[in-house]
Design a protein around this ligand. Structure first.
Ligand code: ADP
Ligand code: MG
Length: 274
């Protein structure tokens, strides 16, 4: 029997119910995700692009089991995450970790880097302080920082370094999947490429696969083997990034391409059919 895919997102629906405006009218709903399905095979990083409000962070939270779907399923290595008992979900979290957009807000300013980076290990029940310290040192070194940085606090680091710390924290449980929601959007353009190159190197070094979320097709092109375009809570197009650059079919994808300034122009744009 072949192994189940790393991640299967099946007919995912998420409605947010807003506060009632009128006493006898039903409360208004936001349809953030409308029947989203895709599969990620191990070793094939997957990019999800879409404009602000298209549902990207909602999808990330559902995949991370930080929020519950209105309908549909998320399977990690075949396990239905939202159906797992609490304790099994906690253990399963070893296999999937997240990097958030905001490198300033996502690291607790009162904790040392050691505490921050080792936190997922502690959550997995690793009680031995020396083991946590050693693994934290390995993790920060793998993202280009030093073991001597472990005693410092987040404010002592730049935005790019903080995102490296967030990546170290995600790596420490040796996950199979890392969900990265706009990981470079808050960084200076000059730093973005360094962080993306680091993420690319870590893919092969640690055998990690990304679900990389961005509003920028050029960013996912850097790292991903497959790309899906999310528009108003639905996937409107999917394929290898080169194909989307070459022959994007959906008008929304084309407008995304037109909006992206790139260092290297996508090949054969002239081949686009109207
Ligand atoms: P993106 O990350 O692509 O910008 P989001 O997933 O954050 O999109 O949001 C998708 C839609 O859901 C938006 O219309 C947003 O306003 C709405 N939304 C997101 N989170 C909530 C929430 N907690 N309550 C109500 N509406 C929400
Ligand atoms: Mg978002």
């Amino acid at each position: 029997m072949s192994a189940p895919p790393l991640l299967q997102v099946e007919h995912l629906v998420k409605d947010y119910v807003l506060p009632r405006e009128k006493l006898f009218a039903p409360p208004p709903r936001v349809h953030a995700l409308r029947d989203v399905s895709f599969t990620i095979e191990a070793g094939r990083s997957f990019g999800l692009v879409g404009e602000s409000g298209s549902g990207k962070s909602t999808l990330a939270r559902l995949v991370m089991a930080l929020d519950t779907p209105t309908a549909g399923r998320v399977r990690l290595l075949g396990q239905d995450l939202h159906a797992l008992p609490r304790e099994q979900l906690r253990r399963a979290r070893r296999d999937f970790q997240m990097v958030f957009q905001d490198p300033y807000g996502s690291l607790d300013p009162r904790q040392t880097i050691e505490r921050i980076v080792a936190e997922p290990l502690a959550a997995q029940g690793e009680v031995d302080r020396r083991t946590r310290n050693r693994r934290a040192a390995e993790a920060v070194e793998s993202v280009g920082l030093r073991a001597s940085d472990l005693g410092k606090y987040p404010h002592e680091f730049s935005g790019g370094q903080r995102q490296r710390i967030a990546i170290a924290r995600a790596l420490i449980t040796r996950p199979r999947l890392i969900v990265a929601d706009e990981p470079v959007s808050a960084l200076d353009v000059s730093v973005q490429a360094q962080v993306l190159n680091l993420m690319r190197d870590l893919q092969s070094e640690f055998g990690v696969t990304y679900l990389l979320i961005s509003h920028d097709l050029a960013v996912v092109h850097h790292l991903c083997d497959d790309v899906a375009v999310l528009w108003q809570g639905q996937i409107v197009e999917q394929g290898p990034p080169e194909r989307l650059f070459r022959e994007a079919a959906h008008p929304y994808t084309r407008s995304l391409l037109d909006a992206v300034p790139r260092a290297e122009p996508p090949p054969a744009r002239a081949g686009l059919t109207a």
